[in-house]
Design a protein around this ligand. Structure first.
Ligand SMILES: Nc1ncnc2c1ncn2[C@@H]1O[C@H](COP(=O)(O)OP(=O)(O)OP(=O)(O)O)[C@@H](O)[C@H]1O
Ligand SMILES: *[C@@H]1O[C@H](CO)[C@@H](O)[C@H](O)[C@H]1NC(C)=O
Length: 408
């Protein structure tokens, strides 16, 4: 539909080489404009009352506050939920909300965990949503699980490397998530470390967040057709995005798997072959296309040493063979990664093994402080807690275009 055509052309994200914080206005430049104060009570559509705590983050469009069910107590730093708040005419939270309502109801996720015999599923749970008027403005809000550090921070604190064990464990759990969201008609399209958050409580659980640009590739079970559109852009995050997205094709299941493949290479080797040319999307695309036809060459380039992660080559080969609308064999992909765990004398024991960051890494600090004082330490500094109307250029662009999508 023309709607989605417009949608895809518009959302050119700039390369995010420096991770989630790049391109944000400095806090000094931001105006403090909190939409809600700690202690404020909001009521969702199901008439549940929620109490707000302190703001913990700011995305491109709105703010995130700690939250909990209303009670006589104030919401502390150990709050189990967050609320995302955005002006109600903004697109991304609307898109994200639709995803959560369709695919992230707690009972739905619990049932999947049971029937698929999983230990957990890294899809954030949806707890409620609604509209809240304040000062003559209407805000949309959504309550979801509260998480800890994102993996980009940990990756950077760990000199931009994850061990093979870590990468394989992460990817196994991300494959669980992708299978789930794909079976619920959605693709994510922007899998990367800054969109992977650790559980607030359990450092061995990882969750995929940010469904604001997720795409419903298979509404009511009818898969979108393959159609290149020159007007569409290299959507997603340039270094990781799929060849389909580079070609301006609506994302499908194989694209998510391809993106995860590039993430694995990045996490393991610390770089990607095209990373010096991110300003040239065509170069990045052509490089990905060349390496798709020469996976052995890609492996030689990224892992020149003897001990190559063969499971990764096998993963990429399996993904390469997928048709646009083909349902991936998720278990085959997991089996390849499990083989990798065996090759390093390990197994799928559920340990993410992020403990390498013991010197000042986000997780280490959290763990220590929590043990000693019970005080949550992953919450942002006061500067980071500012919420403001000031938007990055990227956010403003995306927002104005997304609005178009919503209005049509
Ligand atoms: N459920 C959550 N629990 C804890 N922190 C979260 C949660 N969701 C997001 N965050 C953090 O809050 C910040 C803003 O999140 P949001 O999803 O609004 O970001 P975004 O719009 O994707 O922004 P950007 O793409 O610029 O990071 C990020 O640092 C993110 O890691
Ligand atoms: C919130 O909880 C408190 C204490 O249980 C109660 O007195 C109050 O009426 C509730 N609702 C609101 C809107 O404050």
């Amino acid at each position: 539909m023309t709607l989605s055509v417009a949608f895809f052309c518009i959302l050119v994200k700039m390369p995010r080489v420096k991770g989630a914080q790049a391109g944000r206005p400095s806090s000094a430049k931001r105006r403090l404009a909190e939409h809600f104060a700690a202690g404020e009570i909001i009521t969702d559509m199901a008439k549940k009352e929620w109490k707000l705590g302190s703001p913990i983050g700011q995305g491109g469009f709105g703010c995130i506050y700690l939250a909990d069910r209303n009670s006589s107590k104030s919401v502390g730093s150990d709050a189990p939920c967050v609320v995302k708040v955005e002006p109600s005419d903004n697109g991304p939270l609307f898109t994200e909300l639709k995803f959560y309502q369709r695919a992230a109801k707690p009972e739905q996720i619990q049932k999947w965990i049971r029937t698929h015999k999983l230990k957990y599923l890294g899809v954030p749970k949806y707890w409620g949503s609604g509209l809240h008027d304040k000062n003559g403005k209407s805000y949309r809000f959504m309550i979801m699980d509260r998480f800890g550090s994102d993996l980009q921070k940990i990756y950077e604190a760990n000199a931009k490397r994850f061990s093979r064990k870590t990468v394989l464990q992460l990817s196994l759990r991300i494959l669980d998530v992708l299978e789930y969201i794909h079976e619920h008609e959605y693709v994510h399209g922007d899998i990367k470390a800054s969109n992977l958050l650790l559980s607030h409580k359990n450092p061995d659980q990882v969750y995929l967040v940010d469904y604001g640009l997720a795409y419903r590739y298979c509404p009511e079970g009818i898969h979108k057709e393959y159609k290149e559109d020159p007007k569409r852009c290299h959507d997603g995050t340039i270094e990781f995005t799929s060849i389909d997205a580079h070609n301006g094709v609506a994302p499908s299941r194989r694209g998510d798997l391809e993106i995860l493949g590039y993430c694995m290479i990045q996490w393991l080797s610390g770089r990607l072959p095209w990373e010096d040319n991110l300003k040239d999307p065509n170069y990045v695309r052509d490089s990905k296309i060349r390496y798709r036809e020469d996976i052995a060459g890609l492996m030689d380039k990224c892992f020149p040493e003897k001990n190559k992660p063969d499971e990764l080559a096998q993963y990429m080969e399996t993904v390469r063979l997928l048709g646009y609308a083909e349902k991936p064999l998720y278990q085959k992909l997991r089996d390849a990664l499990l083989q990798g765990l065996r090759a390093i004398g390990s197994r799928d024991d559920g340990r993410l093994d992020l403990g390498l960051v013991e010197n000042g890494g986000p997780r280490a600090r959290t763990a220590t402080k929590k043990r000693k004082t019970g005080i949550e330490s992953t919450e942002s500094s006061v500067e980071d807690m500012e919420c403001s109307d000031a938007q990055t250029e990227e956010a403003t662009q995306t927002r104005s275009k997304t609005r178009k999508r919503v209005q049509k």
